[in-house]
Write a protein that binds this ligand. Sequence first.
Ligand code: KG4
Ligand code: ZN
Length: 357
Amino acid sequence: MRILAIESSCDESAAAFLEVKRGRILRLESIVATQAIHAKFGGVVPEVAAREHSAAMPHVLDVIAEKVVGVADGRKLGRAVDVVAATQGPGLVTSLKVGLDTGRALAAAWGKKFVGVNHIAGHVAASWLPGAPLELGTVADRAVFPALALVVSGGHTELLLMPRQGEYRLLGATRDDAAGEAFDKTAKLLGLGYPGGPALAKAALAGDPSAFDFPRPMIHDKHDDFSFSGLKTAVRYFVEQNRERLVEPKFIADVSASTQRAITSTLVAKSVRAAEREKVRTVILAGGVAANAELRESLRDALAAKLPAVRFAVPAFAYCTDNAAMIAVAAYFQANRRRFTDWRTSDADGGWELGRG
Ligand code: KG4
Ligand code: ZN
């Protein structure tokens, strides 16, 4: 099966080509164009993002065509594709529409099947891409499921139970800010720039994670929900009270390391507990914040210590943040079960929640 996938849910315009034969990835081409313009505003401006997607999409498709068929020729690319896929939600509706409508139009023009993909399912599916430990195929699936997925990104913090491939039950989610938002907002407060996650992680390298004891909301609560707004507020008050110390690099490093530790320790504690209770075979870490080295390492270590029989899967760094390769592999899982989407009637769903109800 040869899939062309498009992703445009936030501020990355991305396309990918994936060829799978008898459960093996034969070919993967992927391009991600990140919209640099939002750094100026310190956050994603939806109207601007949608316009940027419109401008970038033809170029992104040309690059994929050149990689796949050697020339920027849409008709040739169409002959090399069996299924067209695009992210349908969740995300910014105006941004989603650009990629989704491009995919719908290509499926219509080429006479191909279409798959609308959930962005979160895409993040989870990234653990089946090269550089991650999971393998495609039903035999491999038996050793993977049931699985627990912790999806942590700029807009989401979710614990999902996957009884089998393509099935999701939402166990818990953030009640306020997402984990990525907690990283981004703290980084902004410390003047570390945008996007804040990687900047805060870098600053934290020189800091002491136990320097300041920031709150870990809901860490001991029985439910699987999260809350990060209290942490954000606590850090803000603390920084305001110590404003004169913002000139000290060591202070910035210590606040960064302590904030990072508060976020990651909460995520790890709740994930390990849910994994134990649900008796899963695998824990999958996914989403942009999965690129965070401390989170990857501390979750891996905690699982190895407490649940040594449980497998840990995390995508290669390049496939943690938004990309279309993850959408392509999620589309493969759907197409394999013949769960196609009608391109004539499909519409962007900004609030599409995976596994609820
Ligand atoms: O999945 P993603 O690319 O976009 C959304 O779907 O939201 O995630 C972006 C989020 C941002 O909040 C960004 O700051 C965070 O992932 N992020 C990180 C790191 N790399 C990206 N957070 C912490 N450490 C990182 N290394
Ligand atoms: Zn994402």
